[in-house]
Design a protein around this ligand. Structure first.
Ligand code: SAM
Length: 306
């Protein structure tokens, strides 16, 4: 899967040895990090740090999350803990993954060992969620994150790659991206990213969040998206999903071309026409006019008869 919106992961490997929270960036992964004062006042724009400082929005976000009291929550980028304590009040346990060493150290002081918040100093893109769940005796987790927007796409990719370990999610992201994830067929925002998300989950925009809710304020509008995580086609193996996403990429390769023309370099035109007609659609349609199920039907027809 390829979510081409972010600029790729940061280098992410941290250097010195931490001591009272768990450092997954080290080789075997479980050293502790130092329990220093939470002294970070500055923010690191390169790490996408926009802290949720408006308590009304913190409360609204919490209310909008489909959380169960028995949930283990994996929080991506807890920052200064704006949501961490609130999540901890509602869930069985919170495992918070922060890449910024100073912030992780500050949080460690706020949530000492033995509290049901565990801080992990790590790049979330390198964390194995199945492993985290196993360690706390859970089969699946709820994932929350006020995401660092510069890596929204790699994070989504990473999360869907680990979907077996995720029950549901609530992610704050740039509104424009949220609209693409949740778009309906035939609309301007509908495309590869929509389908890559909707074959693995049911996303919904739960709340619009203005720049003023954050400090510093981002230049863009934000939205909370909630996801029920469930793969769409029980009959497919992972390889089929991967092939389907490659196919979808080709279907949308040139937005102005219709589906037939986008695919005609790959399959014989006659077979493409048959496949589209079998899905109950005229062959002149563009990819964005077909639902995920209809595109899957065309894909299955073409690969079956190929
Ligand atoms: N949750 C906090 C809040 O709502 O105030 C902070 C959210 S801020 C938008 C994003 C957070 O993600 C920052 O704390 C940043 O340091 C952290 N972060 C950035 N890249 C990360 C990565 N690759 N892995 C884990 N955390 C990351």
């Amino acid at each position: 899967m390829d979510f081409r919106l972010g600029r790729g992961p940061p280098s992410g490997v941290l250097s010195a040895a931490p001591s009272s929270c768990y450092d997954a960036t080290r080789n075997g992964g479980e050293a502790k990090i130092q329990n220093l004062k939470f002294k970070t006042q500055r923010h690191r724009p390169k790490l996408g740090q926009h802290f949720l400082h408006d308590p009304r929005y913190r409360a609204r976000i919490l209310e909008a999350l489909p959380l169960d009291t028995g949930d283990v929550v994996i929080e991506i980028g807890p920052g200064r803990g704006a949501m961490t304590a609130l999540l901890a009040e509602r869930a069985r346990k919170v495992i918070a993954i922060e890449i910024d060493r100073e912030l992780a150290q500050g949080l460690q002081e706020e949530f000492p060992q033995g509290s049901h918040v565990e801080i992990i100093l790590a790049d979330v893109l390198r964390v194995d969620f199945a492993d985290l769940c196993r360690k706390v005796g859970a089969s699946q987790a709820f994932v929350f994150g006020n995401l660092p927007y510069y890596i929204t796409s790699p994070i989504l990719h990473h999360l869907f790659g680990q979907r077996e370990s995720i029950r549901a999610m609530g992610l704050l992201m740039q509104r424009e991206v949220a609209e693409r994830l949740t778009a309906a067929p035939g609309t301007r925002d509908y495309g590869y990213l929509t389908i890559a998300t909707q074959i693995y989950s049911q996303p919904q925009i739960a709340l619009a969040v203005p720049p003023g809710a954050f400090s510093p304020a981002p230049k863009v509008q934000s939205a909370l998206v909630t996801f029920r995580v469930q793969a769409k086609f029980d009959r497919w193996f992972q390889t089929t999903y991967d092939e389907f996403l490659e196919f979808v990429k080709r279907c949308f390769a040139q937005k102005r071309k219709n589906l037939l023309n986008n695919l005609s370099g790959i399959y014989p035109r006659r077979r493409i026409m048959q496949a589209i007609e079998e899905a109950g659609k005229p062959a002149s349609l563009r990819a964005e006019q077909l639902s995920t199920e209809e595109l899957a039907a065309v894909f299955e027809h073409l690969t079956r008869s190929g």
